[in-house]
Write a protein that binds this ligand. Structure first.
Ligand code: CP
Length: 307
């Protein structure tokens, strides 16, 4: 595995290898010997992804080099390309990038010599979020086949929906979307359900944030979104006993879901955040392992893994 940019570049075996390594690191943290630096280049805001990469790096013994856009030469007009090349020249061994461009990595591939990790690319993909979502589901059910997983909300603007739909289908889950009118996505060959059908049928309800910042106009009145398309307490009561609720967060409390459900017994929202640290450790360890940074714990124990 040279870079980690899209779930489409990772085989089912490769996903299981990441989940296994993340679980192993959760149970028994290991760190690298030697000095390594990670460039955390977040050109878009982030709390969970940025901080969990930071913690993952510190746990692995990698020094984080944080980009602070307001204090960086970006304010003088320096481009993301030149910023990345600068971090590489200064000594970054791995680069974690979030950018509003759907394919920010195109201009870096073949130009930088270090592994690139996609920490969110426009509306296209959020592959490390997908891995932490998969780990959360795997911990709960121990499998993906025979599970009905509904991704509900602002599908059209969601990179999380796109990454998860591809990854979950690859692993054998049955995936549906439940979206308000105008916020679905017909390009992904996923059937759409109403939120009422979704709640009754699903094993996993994966809610999405309404991404107001990506809307060109106010498409939904937030005060009526919950009753029309969100998870109300009444809909929660219609869910199967074992069904769980997920959300990549941040949550618009009272919009995608009733605020009382954010921390209810079905909710795995904070578990998802915790798992983010371990999947990001696993991904960085595997990328550095590919680069020749050897550590027994990070080597795939499965044979012939292609990621
Ligand atoms: N889930 C997620 O990507 O959150 P942040 O935007 O806070 O990183």
């Amino acid at each position: 595995m040279q870079h980690f940019l899209s779930v489409n570049d990772v085989s089912a075996d490769g996903i299981y290898a990441i989940l296994d390594t993340a679980e192993a690191l959760r149970k028994k943290p290991e760190s690298l010997t030697g000095q390594y630096f990670a460039a955390n280049l977040f050109f878009e805001p982030s709390t969970r992804t940025r901080m969990s990469f930071h913690v993952a790096e510190r746990k692995l013994g990698i020094d984080p080099l944080e980009l602070e856009p307001d204090l960086a030469s970006i304010v003088k007009g320096e481009s993301p390309y030149d910023t990345a090349r600068t971090y590489e020249a200064i000594g970054a061994d791995i680069m974690v990038v979030r950018h509003a461009n759907d394919h920010w990595y195109d201009e870096l591939l073949g130009k930088v010599s270090v592994p690139l990790i996609n920490a969110g690319s426009g509306k296209d993909e959020h592959p490390t979020q997908s891995m932490l979502d998969l780990l959360t589901i795997y911990q709960e059910f121990g499998r993906f086949n025979d599970l009905t997983i509904v991704i509900a909300g602002d599908i059209k603007h969601s990179r999380v929906a796109r990454s998860n739909a591809h990854a979950l289908k690859k692993l054998g889950a049955t995936v549906y979307f439940a979206a308000p009118p105008g916020l679905g996505d017909a390009s992904l060959a996923v059937s759409h359900l109403s939120i009422d059908e979704a709640c009754e049928m699903c094993d996993v309800l994966m809610l999405l944030r309404v991404q107001h910042e990506r809307h060109t106009a106010a498409v939904y009145d937030t005060s009526s979104y919950l009753s029309g398309y969100g998870l109300t307490t009444e809909r929660e009561r219609s869910m199967k006993e074992h069904a769980i609720i997920m959300h990549p967060a941040p949550v618009n409390r009272g919009v995608e879901m009733d605020t009382r459900l954010v921390e209810c017994s079905r909710s795995r929202i904070f578990k998802q955040m915790e798992n983010g640290v371990y999947v990001r450790m696993a991904i960085m360890a595997k990328l550095l392992n590919w680069r020749g940074v050897n550590h027994e714990h990070f080597t795939d124990k499965r044979q012939a893994i292609t990621i």
